[in-house]
Design a protein around this ligand. Structure first.
Ligand code: KIV
Ligand code: ZN
Length: 515
């Protein structure tokens, strides 16, 4: 593959994706996602923003120490302390990248940075040089490039490349760009900047107008050779360009895009499900490539056409993106070793024998209720047992719900609250509402429920229901997850998980908006 035609896939699910309100992930969860990205052969994994918090630092470090096949990157502002922290976290990586950025639009420079344009250029040069002392792979981003002046972009980018930047990223930070115009801007930069051949040009598009993928693809046709993207399009506000859509667009239309990626596309659906399970952000059924209906044909005319000749209505094969690769993995009679090795194959690390035992007994319990256990079940089960492990302040001991036509449902819930067993009963508009009201009668948390959703993990009425609840208190938002073959129990688990997270997690800092 000629370097000229290689499109570098830079995944930022673990950094920009995590900036979606409620999508914060633990170190172990990030590691699982990083391993699935490595398996998918993603070229660069942006593992986090090392200076943001101790948790971010630890996650970047753990990923840098573990992943071997993908380059690991940490974000940093154009500040010495950020760059040094990124470098420290990346020490153990086989291949590393420091990604440093500064805002370049007039509005950001004037109001946010309160700096003169020449000072911004000087700071960018200093940051790139400092990063180059640690690694020969340095990316420089012009934050809010989508609203920056082209002459200024030419000046700062030329200076950054002279200082040693090997990738130049043009982010449409606020999702303002329009495809034809954005592509042309990238093409003009490559043409006008005298040393542009010394760096790979990259784009990083946000989806505020629903154009992130279209803008990125337009840039590819004007010479961009790296796209920054996330699984399921997760990301700040309306999200980032979706990895699966970008990869499949260039693969499906080689007549339009003269580039190839290194991605193993059969890993796309498993990665999408994993990210959705971990973050609690469900994938809409009609989402391109990874939505449950993406390859479903309802109309009789379409079904008839497909049966006669698949290409009549299908431009991609479902199995090429990893649908239907669901293998029956384990069952009721599977032993502990089979369970352990399947968990390991899925890239899941259970920190201790106790954690393994806990997950194994949850698996046995599930196998009693549901005969066929799939990979998705195992992911949900591990997330569920980890959710219980995460913080033990509130634990579900037992519950019962009665629901009858014409009578308000009643839920009885027994919880361990700080080690003390307490019970309460309450009614509600439905069984789930009654359960949450009963829990609230005990904990009086003061949280407000922002989202409640149930997803069936596999098909069939014996499937586990996976429940996500998003709750808010004092401006902090967390997502709770729970899985069970009984969706009311799954709902209670999810609610308690959210309560436990609310009690335990520190508010996360996102210094990206700071100077
Ligand atoms: O959207 C943005 O500008 C970013 C940069 C830090 C690349 O996320
Ligand atoms: Zn971004």
């Amino acid at each position: 593959m000629s370097m000229h035609n290689k499109l570098v896939i830079f995944d930022t699910t673990l950094r920009d994706g995590e900036q979606s309100p409620g999508a914060s992930m633990t170190k172990a969860e990030k590691l699982r996602i990083a391993k699935s990205l490595e398996k998918m052969r993603v070229d660069v994994i942006e593992a986090g923003f090392a200076i943001a918090s101790q948790g971010d630092f630890d996650s970047v470090k753990a990923i840098a120490d573990t992943v071997r096949e993908s380059r690991i990157c940490s974000l940093s502002r154009a500040l010495d302390k950020d760059i040094d922290r990124a470098a420290e976290a990346l020490k153990g990586a086989e291949a590393s990248r420091i990604h440093t950025f500064i805002a370049t639009s007039p509005i950001h420079m004037k109001y946010k940075l309160q700096m003169e344009p020449d000072a911004v250029i000087a700071q960018a040069i200093h940051a790139v040089k400092r990063a180059r002392n640690y690694t020969d792979d340095v990316e420089f981003s012009c934050e809010d490039a989508g609203r920056s002046e082209i002459d200024f972009l030419c000046r700062i980018i030329e200076a950054a490349i002279d200082a040693g930047a090997t990738t130049i990223n043009i982010p449409d930070t606020v999702g303002y760009a329009i495809p034809a115009q954005f592509g042309e801007t990238v093409g003009t930069l490559i043409e006008r900047i005298p040393n542009s051949d010394k760096a790979i040009f990259s784009v990083h598009c946000h989806n505020d107008l629903g154009l992130a993928v279209a803008n990125s693809l337009s840039a590819v046709n004007h010479g961009a050779r790296q796209v920054e993207c996330t699984i399921n399009g997760l990301g700040e506000r309306a999200g980032n360009a979706s990895l699966e859509e970008l990869v499949m667009a260039v693969r499906t239309r080689p007549d339009i895009f003269d580039v190839v990626t290194n991605i193993d596309t059969t890993q796309i659906v498993p990665a999408s499900k994993l990210v959705s399970t971990i973050t609690g952000f469900p994938v809409q059924p009609n989402k391109a490539i990874v939505g449950a209906n993406a390859f479903a044909h309802e109309s009789g005319i379409h079904q008839d056409g497909i049966l006669k000749h698949r290409e009549t209505y299908e431009i991609m094969k479902a199995e090429d993106v990893g649908w239907h690769t669901n293998s029956l993995v384990l069952g009721k009679h599977s032993g502990r070793n089979a369970f352990r090795s399947r968990i390991e194959e899925l890239g899941i690390t259970l920190e201790s024998e106790t954690a393994l035992n806990k997950a194994f007994s949850a698996f046995k319990e599930l196998a009693d209720k549901k005969h066929e256990i799939f990979d998705e079940d195992l992911h949900a089960l591990v997330s569920d047992t980890k959710a219980i492990e995460a913080d033990e302040r509130y634990q579900l001991v037992c519950m019962s719900v009665t629901s009858e036509t014409g009578v308000a449902p009643v839920a009885k819930v027994t919880l361990l609250v700080d080690g003390e067993e307490l019970s309460a009963e309450n009614t509600g508009s439905g069984p789930v509402d009654a359960t949450f009201c009963a829990i609230e009668a005990l904990v009086e948390s003061g949280i407000s429920l922002q989202l409640y959703s149930v997803n069936s993990i596999t098909s069939g009425t014996d499937s586990q229901g996976e429940v996500t609840v998003r709750v808010e208190k004092g401006g902090r938002i967390v997502n709770g997850l729970g899985a069970d073959t009984d969706i009311v129990i799954a709902s209670a688990k999810a609610y308690l998980h959210a309560l436990n997270l609310m009690c335990s997690t520190q508010a996360k800092r996102h210094p990206q908006g700071e100077v």
